[in-house]
Design a protein around this ligand. Structure first.
Ligand code: PLP
Length: 434
């Protein structure tokens, strides 16, 4: 018999903690006293009936709006037609792969999996199979999921001066795998060049976010991505762009279609299916050809739920709506309205803060200069942010619970929603600096 749901949120958290470690199944879900039970369009409701405008959007997937009926109908139709995943290709899978090949510059072929962690792990396997090398290069602070190959150098706990950049993000990672990860600072050209001088011929793969979202919103300085591209080509290293946050959100073709730097492989996920679990790896014919069938030297991409028909149906419908509704224009306009409004509020108050971002996303840093790397981003004043966040929440605006979390709106967010949020931001900024 199931336990009746309590209406009291503190009691719900207590109930959760009795049976789920920390009460949640993913780390970033801690830091709240609310329990959320309903979502629609731009809004979410907690168990006590309070409504919030949602600027987390599940850390990226919700791009059209919550519980989009058009997507849900496509999912239901698929679920009621064919739920087969165990044999052969599926029509939806072919159609979605064809669409991604059409829109994403780096994609000749696409393979689907279920999470960004999967996609990044498979990228490492493909790169190692293709190059016969072991080492992985990544940038300090950038998060690419929890596989041992990349879960290094992005923990907020390890930023004390002098700590090595390639500290594992958590316990249980294999020390030898971690030792193969080379971590260098984002936007440090000299450091990047040196990493290739020291390890270039051993590097199977170099991971980058096109536009960093792992510690807020931190763009590459002009020429930095181009330099990485050049070094990867010169050293025979596979360049992977992690578009798990930017793919199907910054533009339908991902950030690579904006910045003009084409990686060898792309990991994507999140917004592609508006909240349904779908991710994938895209790349050149030659590289994707290393996804062989059970040969010892080739990589393998297998999974019971890979290309699950209901997730594929969600993605096909999501991409269709992205184009028919021209949602990127809406996302960029609203994002710009938000960033401009926040900057104006900061300037009027003279608050020690800055705001930046891309398209539908932004981050407010409580420091006076925009950060260029992880360490600088983490200098954002956490106490001021806590007061800012608490004030926003009390006014019905939901943003990440920690200072360097990126935030984003979805295409259902109206210009009025943004204006109301900007009023709340003015109050929250005053609370932050008080
Ligand atoms: N890469 C980036 C840039 C991410 O932001 C995330 C998740 O937040 C991941 C990879 C991991 O994706 P997933 O949570 O689907 O495993």
């Amino acid at each position: 018999m199931s336990t009746p749901a309590p209406t009291d949120q503190a009691a719900s958290w207590e109930r959760a903690r009795r049976v789920v470690p920390r009460g949640v199944s993913s780390g970033h879900r801690v830091g709240w006293s609310q329990v959320f039970v309903r979502a629609e369009g731009a809004y979410v409701w907690d168990q006590e009936g309070n409504r919030y405008t949602d600027y987390l959007n599940a850390w990226g997937p919700i791009v059209l709006g919550h519980c989009d009926r058009r997507v849900n109908e496509a999912v239901l139709a698929s679920a009621n037609t064919c739920d087969l995943t165990g044999v052969g290709p599926q029509p939806g899978e072919m159609a979605l792969a064809e669409k991604i090949v059409e829109v994403m510059p780096s994609a000749d072929k696409v393979a689907f999996c279920t999470s960004g962690t999967d996609a990044a792990m498979h990228a490492v396997h493909v790169a190692r199979a293709a190059t016969g090398r072991r080492k992985v290069l990544k940038f300090h602070g950038s998060y690419h999921g929890w596989s041992d190959h990349v879960a290094v150098g992005s923990s907020r706990k390890d930023l004390t001066a002098g700590s090595p950049l390639n500290t594992p993000n958590g316990g249980g990672l294999h020390p030898e795998v971690v030792a193969d990860v080379v971590v260098t600072e984002w936007n440090d050209e000299a450091g990047l060049r040196q990493a290739f001088v020291d390890h270039g011929d051993e590097l199977a793969v170099a991971f980058t976010e096109g536009y960093v979202h792992s510690f807020g919103c931190v763009p590459a300085q002009p020429g930095f991505l181009e330099l990485l591209r050049e070094l990867c080509t010169a050293h025979g290293t596979v360049m992977v762009m992690d578009e798990i946050k930017t793919g199907f959100r910054a533009a339908i073709g991902g950030y690579q279609s904006i910045c003009g730097v084409t990686p060898d492989l792309t990991a994507f996920g999140k917004a592609v299916a508006n909240g349904y679990a779908l991710a994938g790896l895209a790349g050149s014919d030659a590289l994707m050809g290393h996804l062989g069938a059970y040969s010892r030297s080739e990589a393998t991409l297998d999974g019971t739920y890979n290309a699950a028909p209901y997730s594929i149906a969600a993605a096909l419908r999501t991409l269709e709506i992205m184009e028919s509704d021209d949602i990127f224009t809406t996302l960029h306009e609203r994002g710009e309205q938000m960033r401009t409004g926040i900057q104006k509020a900061i300037d009027e108050l003279g608050a020690p803060a800055t705001v930046t971002g891309l398209g539908s996303e932004w981050c407010v840093y409580f420091r006076t200069e925009l950060p260029r790397n992880f360490r600088e981003a983490m200098e954002s004043d956490a106490e001021m942010y806590a007061r800012y966040h608490g004030s926003l929440l009390a006014q019905g605006v939901m943003e990440p619970a920690f200072a360097t979390g990126d935030r984003r709106l979805n295409a259902s967010t109206t210009a009025d929603d943004v204006d109301h949020t900007l009023e709340a931001v003015r109050v929250a900024l005053r609370a932050a600096v008080a």
